[in-house]
Design a protein around this ligand. Structure first.
Ligand code: GTP
Length: 341
């Protein structure tokens, strides 16, 4: 019988760095052929666009959280596509949305009828800079960490040694012997996840979870899902934006907003770049990049938070669209310089 293909689930709260880690793995795959399942909120799947181009085989699931919106047969459809005879994949990575319940995802993998795959473990990403706040708002995070086989403590560049020690100790108290890997920008040795021979003989999970154990776990669960109470708003602008208005918007974010991400085009003379926007909590980052050949220069944003006032957000974002065909001069870019990476 052919070797089974491990399915590694990469989860972690909104903005913790899952896509960044996935892109790092894809760029440093050391010859391992990685199939990817990307899940994100909404019809505009920003994550799949951020991963596209780096990967041979990707299937993406938009419109809802993987853990609830999808049943085993739907997930199997995706696995079947990735493991078909024409697709020589060594490992599958499932990137969950930032609000997914890891337990439900593991259940989808364990419940799969695809004979070629096997659950390969749960990697939970933690935003080291946001951990204390996130945990205060979402005590359920503790349970997610307890299910993990590897914890990637990301964004340690944003905290000092004392904070790092505090966060690492708090997590270690929760998870016991589960390894904690501190890093920045998702830089992780891919061999930790899917070293080829190691995976074949010894999966990353020390103790393989079974469906029964998960069901047992469920009895201790209060059945609250992380995404209960979260809203998302999607926005597309065909015409370019005024950067000053956009920066005002993110600096004074709508009430309840935690995460925003997307691509932006600005109506500024001489400015033809595409800007990738990331807002995580109060942290704003803009990364200039290029539009690919033939790509439509539209701005697309997804906003995620609790109790979002969609009408107000739409009005405010519409007001960011530059109203005239005349371009702004380059001074209009000054305010956003400090957020560039
Ligand atoms: N300073 C810093 N920023 C990081 C690090 N890792 C990721 N980021 C930034 O954090 C933001 C969110 O990263 P993503 O990789 O998109 O996070 P995600 O978990 O995929 O986000 P969701 O899918 O929305 O939950 C981006 O601006 C990244 O560039 C890190 O180690 N340090």
């Amino acid at each position: 019988m052919k070797r089974q293909i491990p399915v590694v689930v990469v989860a972690g709260y909104l903005g913790s760095g899952k896509t960044t880690l996935l892109n790092h793995l894809l760029r440093n795959n050391g010859g391992t052929r990685i199939g990817v399942v990307v899940n994100d909120f909404g019809a505009i799947n920003i994550d799949s666009m951020l991963v596209a181009g780096q990967v041979d085989s990707m299937v993406s699931l938009g419109n809802g959280c993987l853990c609830c919106a999808v049943d085993v047969s739907e997930m199997d459809g995706l696995f079947d596509r990735l493991t078909g005879p024409r697709s020589p994949i060594d490992v599958i990575v499932v990137e969950a949305s930032g609000l997914a319940e890891p337990k439900s995802l593991i259940r989808l993998v364990l419940g799969s009828e695809n004979q070629r795959i096997a659950y390969g473990g749960l990697v939970e990403l933690v935003d080291a800079a946001e951990f204390v706040d996130t945990r205060a708002r979402h005590p359920e995070i503790d349970q997610h960490l307890q299910l993990a086989d590897l914890i990637v403590l990301n964004k340690v560049d944003r905290i000092d040694a004392e904070q790092l020690s505090f966060v690492s100790t708090s997590i270690a108290e929760l998870v016991g012997a589960v390894p904690i890997y501190p890093t920045s920008n998702g830089v992780l040795d891919p061999a930790l996840l899917f070293d080829k021979p190691a995976v074949a003989e010894k999966p990353m999970v020390a103790e393989q979870l079974t469906l029964d154990q998960l069901i047992e776990h469920d009895h201790h669960d209060d059945h609250r899902h992380l995404h209960d109470g979260y809203d998302h708003v999607e926005f597309t602008a065909e015409r370019p934006l005024d950067p000053r208005a956009l920066i005002d918007f993110v600096e004074e974010p709508p009430r309840g907003l935690f995460r925003a991400k997307g691509f932006l085009a600005f109506a500024v003379a001489g400015e033809s770049r595409k800007f990738v926007l990331h807002v995580v909590g109060r942290h704003i980052r803009l990364q200039p990049t290029r539009w690919t050949r033939g790509e439509r220069r539209v701005s697309q944003l997804v906003l995620i938070g609790t109790g979002l006032d969609e009408a107000d957000i739409r009005n405010r974002l519409h007001a960011c669209v530059h109203p005239s065909p005349d371009l702004l001069d380059e001074n209009a870019m000054l305010n956003l310089q400090r957020y560039l990476i």
